[in-house]
Design a protein around this ligand. Sequence first.
Ligand code: TA6
Length: 314
Amino acid sequence: MILTVTLNTALDLTYSVPALVPHSSHRVTDLSERPGGKGLNVARVLTALGHDTVVTGFAGGATGTVLRDLLAALPRQKATLTDALVPVSGDTRRTLAVVDAATGDTTQFNEAGPHVTADEWTALLGAYAELLKTADAVALCGSLPPGIHVGAYGELVRLARTAGVPVLLDTSGEPLRRGIAARPDLIKPNADELAQLTGSREPLRATRDARRRGAHGVIASLGPDGMLAVTPDGVWRASPPAPVKGNPTGAGDSAVAGLLSGLAESLSWPDRLRRAVALSTATVLAPTAGDFDRTAYEELLPRVAIEEHAAGAA
Ligand code: TA6
């Protein structure tokens, strides 16, 4: 099975409004409520791709109950999605994405999350160590809730490495910086996260710099420009056939699912990247934020362009 860890799970609300105008009141024309936080999104896509997946992290309070009920009610896929979330006394956060129907632009508001106690963190570490025993790969995803120390991802990366489980880290800021030092197999920063980490906005330079800091492979997601992969086996750029317009919420999470499923299936790097780019583009095109459009995915997959970098190895 593939394990995803979401320390700061969220009940994701999406509101659509005809046009988002500051200082005015809006009529919500459509709304959705989904179990979210990055690792939960990754898990949904993994199960849709046929990989049995287990989710852990924290959930608590009334919102935590709603989140777990929604998780249990997800439509059945070819594979299982198992809830191994650890209870916390605080309330799971909500996030709100407001979609402006006129422009298609999304504005996102993320709450901080519940305060996690030292005992709750210890319970998570115990559950994680147990789950690693049967995991083929693990993804550590998203922000840290209050109370969790900034080096937490470093600790989780080290435990995965000791257990011999390939580990992908998808976070930002100081938690990313500390996590990289523990030498994860893969990281998937976007352009802003890379710039924050390395001080450079030049994709190849920043991606190589991130790799030198300890990650074995760095897959930079460059939005409509696709992905740049700097790995021990070579450097590739993967680009979608054409830019698309839609809601990008969860597109990065779908890319993580593509990379992890490709790793679990021992696909070549070009095939993993093809899958990641096709899935993230199909997520932007999906009518519901965070889902992917399967027909678009299958149609996009053979059309993702892969270019090997002339300079070869990283
Ligand atoms: O990538 C979209 C999303 O996963 C939403 O589902 C939302 O829960 C949010 O990101 C969480 O991100 P954060 O970085 O705050 O943990």
